[in-house]
Design a protein around this ligand. Sequence first.
Ligand code: GYE
Length: 328
Amino acid sequence: MKKILILAVAMVMLLSVSASALTVAFTQIGQESDWRTANTDNIKAAIEAEGWDYVYDDAQQKQENQVKALRNFISQNVDYILFTGVVSTGWDEVLKEVNESEIPLILVDRMPDNMADIQYAAAFGGDFVEEGRRMALWTANYVKKLGRENEELNVVILEGTTGADAASGRQEGITEILADYPNLKVIASQTGNFTRAEGQTVMESFLKAHDKIDVLLAHNDDMALGAIESIKAAGLVPGKDIIIVGCDAPKTAFDAILAGEMNATIECTPLYGPFVVDAIKRLEAGEDLGRNLMHPEESCFDAEGGIVYSLDGRLSEKAADKIGERVY
Ligand code: GYE
């Protein structure tokens, strides 16, 4: 009896030692936005809470740094690689090397092109096309609520990083919906690289080039927040003279909505840490998670709530009611 007990204790110890010896490596894009900071912190915290070793690399928005990081992870023979690519293309060769190393690859957030040629153990990301649709649909319904649906309104767009699916997907969704609303006319669309600083400067140039701007759609809230500064500097009232809709839904956007300077934000959660940890545990237990790209549930927030923002008829939530729950 005693022997069995000792054996059982030894087995449990062995199991926990092998589980705690996991090394998880993450190649992150950089720190361009509130979203990205929250994403970095959340993944780190979730992995470290398991007692796993965490290897992190910040690529400073450069694809070549990410390629280097991936090769380093392979030579360190880590147990899992978490990957989000700054752009969609140009990963075929290095991801083939990852596959040859047999280190399980978990795709997070932005997806690479040619996924059919890549083996991966799990994939979690936003539905960027759907987010773009929601931005445009919320705007069209808000315009209707204001009784301005027959007015010709000029729209400007601040795009995310060129070549990133988060930008191309959102643009695609916006364009698809706006095609049904000819009164909402896009007069300028340019990248602001997902940063506050570039959102501000590009909006400044839009305002110089165009006398009448009625709507700003920003692929993320950081760019919207930067643009608000330029709108104020031009003597206009953000949220009133120009309707402003962003994407991500960090606390900073909620604050702007409560201050009346921004009108709505479409949620895109950065909180992938728990998903990644759960996936790793299930993979360790021998489960096959399949090749489906998993999207978390997401919402839309504005000042009053009750505006239809999705093709399946979901209603926006009132930011004031939800700000207390925001963790990023
Ligand atoms: O919207 C933006 C960030 O890839 C979904 O990247 C992400 C985007 C997010 O910089 O703020």
